[in-house]
Design a protein around this ligand. Structure first.
Ligand code: F6R
Ligand code: MN
Length: 203
């Protein structure tokens, strides 16, 4: 059945907003434990609690073959050397893949397999599409100076599993080194910060 109200959605590619649809907002205080540099996180939070990212989702239908999609706006910024980023997640239904379409700004996606053996940093910016395979943890990172706006499209049945990442985080961090986004091993970065491997929560 064609439900006319669900067939067309107009959005603003510079803000990642859908007129008339409310956003779900993630502030810095909701990202406790996600950024590697705990001192820098505490210092930033003592100055304020900015919005790090906001999403507007659409769930037109929830049948077996249906799709859901969400626009997101990830703000520019850093905590220590680490760029502003999303929490990141697996899909609760592990086979569920996702397509990300970059709309404005510039950044990257950090992708990791579930065994924690492979990390990839894939550019995400206007005019680029990133395919996130099933069973792959995915996090978006803003490496630019303006908001990074993108669209994600995923199976309606995907669901979101934040627990694994909240517990052990990604194995890699993306930090600015000599002005360049650089993928580093989390354990080595924590050691360089003087936090030691004790703060590294991967098994
Ligand atoms: C949906 C999806 C994106 C994210 C968005 C926010 O499956 O991957 O729409 O939900 O980038 O990131 P999280 O959900 O990790 O806070
Ligand atoms: Mn997803």
């Amino acid at each position: 059945m064609l439900l006319a109200a669900h067939l067309l959605t107009r959005f603003d590619p510079h803000t990642g907003t859908i007129p008339g649809v409310g956003e779900s907002v993630r502030r810095l205080s909701e990202l406790a434990g996600y950024f590697a540099d705990e001192a820098a996180y505490g210092a930033a939070l003592s100055k304020g609690d900015p919005i790090v990212y906001a999403t507007s989702g659409a769930e037109p239908a929830a049948g077996a073959g249906d799709l859901h999609y969400a626009l997101a706006r990830l703000m520019p910024g850093r905590i220590g050397g680490e760029y502003y980023m999303t929490k990141g997640h697996y899909h609760a239904w592990r086979p569920a893949a996702e397509v990300y379409v970059g709309l404005s700004g510039s950044g990257a996606m950090l992708l990791e397999d579930e065994a924690g053996e492979e990390s990839s940093l894939v550019p995400l910016e206007a005019n680029s599409i990133v395919y996130v395979p099933g069973a792959t943890a995915h996090r978006t990172i803003n490496t630019g100076a303006t908001p990074l706006v993108y669209l994600g499209v995923y199976p309606a049945a995907a669901g979101h599993d934040y627990g694994a990442i909240a517990t052990r985080n990604f194995r890699s961090v993306v930090v600015e080194v000599n002005g360049q986004p650089t993928l580093l091993d989390r354990r080595e970065y924590l050691a360089a910060l003087g936090q030691g491997a004790g703060a590294y929560r991967h098994p």
